[in-house]
Design a protein around this ligand. Structure first.
Ligand SMILES: C[S@@+](CC[C@H](N)C(=O)[O-])C[C@H]1O[C@@H](n2cnc3c(N)ncnc32)[C@H](O)[C@@H]1O
Length: 355
C-alpha cells in the first residue's frame, strides 16, 4: 500500500491521530497532534482512510517511552506514548468536542478532569482470555490473543494472580483476576478515581432531598454512600446477585429491586406510587456504554426529578442523551474523570437540575 507524509492535527475520541490528505481524513494510531510522520495506508474507505505509523519525522514534546512491552500490539492501551498530563488534556478536549458535535450543546460548564494519582498499576481487576495455552488479551483490531505475562496498568496483586493462573493448566475461557476476592458483579476498576467520583456526587445533592433512585445501581456503590442525605433510597439493577449483595446489608430506608430499568424506573418515580414529589427526588443513572434508551430518556424528561446525575463511560451516547434531557434539565456541571489512564476510555459525571 501507499506511504504518505502527514501532519497530525488532532487525536479523535477512541485514541487515533487525525490527519488529512486532499481533504480526506486519515486515522493513524499512536501519534500525537503536531507530529510530522510517514504512514502506510492500510485501509481505504470513501469517507476516510486508516494508516499505520512508519516513520516519525518530527515528534511531539509530549511523546514518552511506553512502560509495556506489548504496547502497540495489545488491544488494551492507546496512550502509553503520551505523557500523563497531556493524556488528561486530550481527554478533556475530546469530551468537549463530542458534546458539542453530537449533542449540539453550547456553553458547557466543564470542570477540570479528575486524574488518577497512579497512571500505571491502578486496575483492581482484569479479564484475560485463555486459548490453546495462550493466556492474554486480544490483539489490537483482532480476535487473536497476545500472550501476556504482566499488565503494567494492573495492580501488583492482580499481576500475582496472573502469575498463578499462568502456572496452572487452565481450560480455555475467560478469567477475571481481582486484587481482592469479591463477588462476580460489576465493580469499579480504579478504586481511587471511583471514590473521587462518589465524593463529587455526594457534593451535588441538595440538602432538601427525600428520595434517591439509583438506577443501574449494581451492588449500591453510590446509593450506600448517600444514605444520610435521603429518607428513602431505591436501587434498581437487573443483576440479581448485585441486588442480593446490596440487600444483605441494607438499612430500613433502602429498597433494592432486581429488574429492568426500562420497566421499573417509571413506577419508582411516579408520584402515585407513594414516591416523593419530583422536587425532592434525585436520580442517578450509570448505564452501560449504550447509554439510556429513548424510553428512559422520556421517563426522565416527563417526570423531571429535581436532581439528575448521569455517570457515563461513553461520551458519544452521553452527548446524544443530554441533547434530549436538555428539554427539561439545565446542565450544572460536567466532570471528566480519568478512570482508565493509558487507554482511550473516558468517564464523565454530569450534574443536571430540573429547570
Ligand atoms: C456501569 S455498571 C454501574 C454499577 C454501579 N453504579 C456501580 O458503580 O457499581 C452498569 C450496571 O447496569 C446494570 N444494567 C445494565 N442495563 C440494565 C437494565 N436495562 N436494567 C437494569 N440494570 C441494567 C448492569 O447489571 C450493571 O450493574
Amino acid at each position: 500500500m501507499r506511504i504518505v507524509d502527514l501532519t497530525i492535527e488532532d487525536i479523535a475520541f477512541g485514541g487515533k491521530g487525525v490527519a488529512r490528505e486532499n481533504g480526506r481524513v486519515i486515522f493513524i494510531p499512536f501519534t500525537i497532534e503536531g507530529e510530522k510522520i510517514s504512514a502506510e495506508i492500510v485501509r481505504e474507505k470513501k469517507q476516510f482512510a486508516e494508516a499505520e505509523l512508519v516513520d516519525l519525522r518530527e515528534s511531539s514534546p509530549h511523546r514518552v517511552q511506553s512502560e509495556c512491552p506489548y504496547f502497540g500490539r495489545c488491544g488494551g492501551c492507546s496512550y502509553q506514548h503520551i505523557d500523563y498530563e497531556h493524556q488528561l488534556a486530550i481527554k478533556s478536549r475530546q469530551v468537549r468536542v463530542v458534546l458539542r458535535r453530537i449533542g449540539k450543546l453550547k456553553d458547557l460548564p466543564m470542570r477540570p478532569i479528575v486524574p488518577s494519582p497512579t497512571p500505571y498499576g491502578y486496575r483492581n481487576r482484569i479479564t484475560v482470555h485463555v486459548q490453546d495455552g495462550v493466556v492474554g488479551f486480544f490483539r489490537r483490531d483482532s480476535h487473536r490473543l497476545i500472550d501476556i505475562e504482566r499488565c503494567p496498568i494492573a495492580m501488583e496483586k492482580v499481576n500475582r494472580a496472573l502469575d498463578e493462573l499462568r502456572a496452572q493448566n487452565v481450560r480455555d475461557g475467560h478469567y477475571t483476576l481481582r486484587a481482592e476476592r469479591g463477588p462476580r458483579v460489576f465493580s469499579q476498576a480504579n478504586d481511587v478515581v471511583a471514590n473521587a467520583l462518589r465524593e463529587s456526587i455526594v457534593k451535588m445533592i441538595p440538602t432538601d432531598q427525600e428520595l434517591l433512585i439509583d438506577a443501574y445501581c449494581g451492588a449500591g456503590f453510590f446509593a450506600k454512600a448517600l444514605l444520610d442525605k435521603f429518607q428513602r433510597v431505591i436501587g434498581i439493577d437487573w443483576d440479581r446477585f448485585a441486588i442480593e449483595l446490596a440487600t444483605n446489608n441494607a438499612s430500613a430506608k433502602e429498597t433494592y429491586i432486581a429488574g429492568d430499568i426500562e420497566v421499573e424506573l417509571r413506577g419508582a418515580l411516579r408520584p402515585t406510587s407513594g414516591a416523593s414529589a419530583p422536587d425532592k427526588t434525585t436520580v442517578i443513572v450509570d448505564p452501560p456504554a449504550s447509554g439510556l434508551t429513548a424510553n428512559i430518556r422520556k421517563v426522565l424528561v416527563d417526570l423531571a426529578p429535581a436532581t439528575l446525575i448521569y455517570v457515563s463511560c461513553n461520551p458519544p451516547t452521553l452527548a446524544r442523551d443530554l441533547a434530549e434531557l436538555q428539554q427539561t434539565f439545565a446542565i450544572a456541571s460536567i466532570t471528566p474523570l480519568d478512570m482508565f489512564p493509558q487507554t482511550a476510555e473516558i468517564e464523565v459525571a454530569v450534574h443536571l437540575q430540573a429547570s
